[in-house]
Design a protein around this ligand. Sequence first.
Ligand SMILES: [Zn+2]
Length: 340
Amino acid sequence: MNDLHIHLGGAVPSSVLWEILCDNGLRTEFVDFTSFHDSLTARPDQVKSLDDFLGRYFQVTEEIQSSPSAASVSAYQVVAKAYRRAQVTALELRFNPQKRRRHGLHTMDAIILAVMQGLERATLHYGVATGIILSLGRDLSLEANWQIIDAAIKWRSRGSLNGANGVVGIDMAGPESRSLELSKPWMSEVAAMMETARKAGLKITYHVGESSATGPKGMQKVIEAIHPDRIGHGIELRNATGKQRDALITLLREDNICLEICPTVNLVTRVVPDYATVASFVHDLVGNEIPYCINTDNPYLIHTNLKREYDVIEKELGADATTLLELGTQHAAQHRFLSM
Ligand SMILES: [Zn+2]
């Protein structure tokens, strides 16, 4: 099984983060592990929206992961847990290196190298093929994002080393509410970044259409400007109608863009009302010959794993569930950025 959409900030067990926090003597509001664990558990009745989700949890986890040793341990634990819980055999881990520099104390190079080393150890110990996707941030300046592109090119994969691939791709993440994809100057600058990365041999994925803030229109703008290899979520396609829907389906199919579906996080952030909605979206993609894969996104914040994500969708897919999930697995293998 492949997990191609999983964030370092949402995939590390709270016990590991707590130990890093204590070992580093970080001053926080948490008095004990129980209150810390509770604060890192995202529940649908507490999360108001995607932006609320991102702001509420990631600032804490990113701060704790902001040192080379913390980043390395965190990356290792993501892979170890994914293998032990769900027998994941290939994992592309994404994170934003600018957000782990502890306000400039550490360099991005040190953070990226530490994550690579953590993944190399995990690959060796568990036999899981790994790759790194560096996330740009909608909430960062263009200059800070260009620096991530430069770092990604510097650390780009030179091929698989016993299954560990180094940096294989670029992502865009962060709050969708500012709808930056609809701003022409911003989008053209980001398109230039992505093109620079692509020319250096990196693949592109992009969080868009995860909520109505970017919606089908944001998806269309991103595809036309960037032609990403994959899209993070894209579940807002289900809300497109008429000519816009036809145009979007044609773009996705002709560009052969794989949609990274993450069922439970869409529920937690109130983007969909239930798993049946996600299953019906999968049927829609199959009917329109658009590739898709199932992923976890933030397994520890939302208490899931890849096996569970397959199970919850399988229950809703109906008679051809096995075939459709197998198709998703094939798409993941075809569209992953890492090599084995
Ligand atoms: Zn995501």
